[in-house]
Ligand binder design. Structure first.
Ligand code: NAD
Length: 268
């Protein structure tokens, strides 16, 4: 793509996104601009041949797609600073958790005239496997959505939803990695309790989650059908499933998503 990409805030997420875009060839390193008050972060960006610049306004002047990758409490301040320099060519992408389009408008940070896309990514973005969702605000249109989709396709998957569903996205995929880490840790504990060495138990648990997720995505089969395929009559797996059902595991996962969604709504 011939767009120049800018990052206001050159932290963990900005680095993961920039490295992903470049590695997958959706943009060239020399077309990436980033700024951060912390000099070390700019040096990190210099180390993979992108352009560290001196301030937020310079990022806006140098790039077409501007990622707002600062912590949520700084988003309004940063947008108010750069707003006078925004032109029609700019697409603004906020990845800050919980900062709604409405709140940005209310704080006079980004109004109807700005092409604004709000994205909720998750931590596996750091390894190129994010599950993200986006919604459009201001005067962002299908062209902006397509641009953001192309970029995020290089670091995982992205889906378009109405903004009112972004809290549910936060509750499922935003918080979801932590649920899965907990699950992997618990599976490994079970392996250790059954006699496996810890390192092998960790690897087996993580690889089992990775492989199972790939089967869901690649076969397109219903999870129930895949589960049934692994359960032979009076076998080992159905004995394990019986314990999970007895413990209310399904309801626990559903309740976790619901609780995190409600919390995201409270914070928005
Ligand atoms: P981070 O702390 O690694 O990066 C933020 C960077 O912004 C820091 O390097 C900081 O020095 C810089 N910064 C602070 N004030 C600034 C300013 N005024 N102008 C320019 N830069 C400034 O944080 P992160 O984990 O990369 O998160 C960035 C955003 O991504 C957050 O809003 C967060 O909600 C969102 N997010 C993160 C994750 C995640 O997994 N880390 C997931 C979803 C959403």
């Amino acid at each position: 793509m011939d767009k120049r990409i800018g990052f206001i805030g050159a932290g963990q997420m900005a680095e993961a996104l920039a490295r992903g875009f470049i590695a997958k060839g959706v943009c060239r390193a020399e077309h990436v601009f980033a700024t951060d008050p912390v000099q070390d972060r700019k040096e990190v960006f210099r180390s993979f041949s992108t352009n560290p610049v001196d301030g937020n306004i310079e990022v806006v002047q140098s790039a077409d797609v501007i990622f707002i990758a600062v912590k949520p409490q700084y988003v309004s301040v940063v947008l108010r600073e750069v707003r006078p320099y925004l032109e029609d060519r700019h697409t603004i992408v906020s990845i800050a958790a919980g900062i709604t389009l409405q709140s940005l408008k209310a704080r006079d940070a980004a109004g109807d005239g700005v092409r604004l896309v709000r994205v909720m990514p998750n931590t596996p973005c750091l390894v190129g496997e994010t599950a993200a969702a986006m919604c459009l605000g201001g005067k962002a249109d299908d062209g902006d959505a397509e641009l953001v989709r192309r970029l995020f396709d290089s670091v995982g998957k992205i889906y378009r939803v109405d903004e009112k569903l972004l809290s549910a996205v936060t509750g499922l995929s935003g918080s979801g990695p932590a649920y899965v880490f907990l699950m992997i840790e618990a599976l490994a504990d079970g392996g250790v309790r059954s006699g496996l060495p810890r390192d092998i138990a960790n690897q087996l648990a993580a690889q089992t989650v990775l492989g199972s997720a790939k089967m869901v995505l690649q076969t397109g089969k219903h999870c129930g059908a895949l589960k049934d395929m692994t359960c032979s009559p009076a076998g080992t797996t159905i004995a394990g499933i019986h314990e999970l059902e007895r413990a209310g595991t399904r309801a626990a996962f559903m309740n976790a998503v619901l609780a995190a969604t409600q919390r995201a709504d409270e914070l928005a």
